[in-house]
Design a protein around this ligand. Structure first.
Ligand code: HEM
Length: 172
């Protein structure tokens, strides 16, 4: 019988290659992938500027340390998720935490579609610079993360609402 905790989407060799390549990108000293990713997102979607505490007319966000720190956070989060693609229980647990982080900020699940083009663009750029052999492994893993976030989004929203409900009823 199949163990349903094992993800069948990714082969062992593919995962190994994915991790080595992602590590290269994460530790590239000259440019921050995560920063570039969100700069591209904000260039395409200035309506998201306010989520990060920027105003519409503020163009110095390109240099801000806050966005860079966030970009680094995102990279390590993806690193952690990629490291756990062979353990779906752990993976889903991490995804749920990530969903809650975004739910609390009023981010909607459809907005995660908007990160795909920026990811693709920055990945292409870095793949050339760093001689990444299989960018398609990275693309596939990222899309897997993004799709799982969107699949589990509503479930988490419901749970939060139910939690809040039971919290308030306990006080009576
Ligand atoms: C797969 C895609 C994504 C990943 C892996 C990710 C990851 C993270 C992580 C790890 C954090 C917490 C760390 C921190 O606050 O610095 C975070 C916060 C945040 N994320 Fe995401 N995120 C993703 C997509 C998005 C998208 C599409 C949006 C907006 C449309 C977004 C908006 C935010 C905002 C506004 C914060 C709070 C930042 C702050 O307070 O400075 N994220 N994200």
């Amino acid at each position: 019988m199949m163990n349903n905790n094992i993800c069948e989407e990714f082969g062992e060799e593919e995962l190994q290659s994915l991790r080595i390549q992602w590590d290269k990108i994460v530790h590239y000293q000259h440019e921050c992938f995560g920063l570039k990713l969100f700069l591209r997102l904000l260039d395409l979607h200035p309506e998201y500027l306010c989520l990060f505490g920027f105003t519409w007319d503020e163009f110095n966000y390109h240099e801000t340390i806050r966005l860079r720190a966030h970009g680094v956070n995102v990279m390590y989060m993806l690193n952690m998720l990629f490291d756990n693609l062979n353990d779906m229980d752990m993976f889903d647990e991490m995804i749920c935490k990530l969903i809650r982080l975004h739910l609390m900020r009023g981010i909607q699940k459809s907005w995660f579609d908007d990160i795909c083009e920026p990811f693709e663009t920055v990945l292409k750029d870095f793949s050339q610079k760093l001689n990444i052999e299989h960018p398609e492994f990275i693309r596939k893993a990222f899309m897997f993360v993004k799709n799982r976030i969107q699949q589990l989004y509503d479930e988490n929203l419901t749970e939060i609402l139910l939690d809040q409900n039971s919290d308030t009823s306990e006080t009576y």
